[in-house]
Design a protein around this ligand. Sequence first.
Ligand SMILES: C[S@@+](CC[C@H](N)C(=O)[O-])C[C@H]1O[C@@H](n2cnc3c(N)ncnc32)[C@H](O)[C@@H]1O
Length: 272
Amino acid sequence: MIKSLIRMGLGESKRDKILWEQAAKDFIALVQSGEQHEDGDLLRRKLLIPYALKYLGNLKGKRMLDAGCGDGVFTEMFEKSGASLVGIDASLTMIEAAKERKVKNKLKSDFSVCELEEPNLFPKESFDLILANMVLHEIEEVDQVFENLHSYLKPGGRMIFSILHPAFDMNTSQRLARSRISSESKKQIMMKYELSAPYNYEVRYERQAGFTEGLVAYYFRPVSKYVNLFLTRNYKLIGFTEPTLDYDTAVKNDEVAAYYLPRFLILGGEKQ
Ligand SMILES: C[S@@+](CC[C@H](N)C(=O)[O-])C[C@H]1O[C@@H](n2cnc3c(N)ncnc32)[C@H](O)[C@@H]1O
């Protein structure tokens, strides 16, 4: 277990939100233009959602929090699977898009602008299920967020989260392999492995998110940090996945990197 992390470049929480607000505008414009599949890219659809659903279990009749819900695309999916949803997000642009979705598709989900690190957003034990899909690696105060989410969850309730895989996301090779070069070159690159910071550092960095020319802030933390967020609160681990694509799908979709290394990490816990 890591006793202490060396924290670098932190204290930028306000800037993080400003960057996300700008990026959210670009993201919504891309979705509205039809250039981006509404459910996100292939990797989100093939690797993230199936595991999130598996760990969440039966959604029927459950009260669920979509923490960092973005434009509510998955909130809608969970509502349609039978859960009663609350979606919260720090970005006004995202929540406005989620509310438009609610009207357009006649949803019941409740959406509001909230910061996950803000305590007491809900009474204790309000939810059976909480999902934080691709959010926690964007937040500096992850311990506070985990404390808050733990308090909102009923005993026996499940908390699932996914993040960019900490071990590989800082990997120069992975980033190179995502660039526009041939599959053969990508294979060669994936045989090498480089980190751009020592693994046991907690590092804030800004980079393009794929859907925007602008920058978004990310927090790199080692895998053990995330596992211990569960273990120190006595969650029972119910799932831990580092999904990769099968070779044929990876080659067909020019995503060879995702065959060799997992882009995401998905963890599920049950509150004791
Ligand atoms: C990559 S998007 C994922 C959105 C959604 N969960 C999905 O999977 O489509 C990350 C979202 O986290 C939100 N976010 C970032 N920091 C946050 C915070 N401190 N509190 C609440 N939401 C936050 C951003 O506004 C953004 O909508």
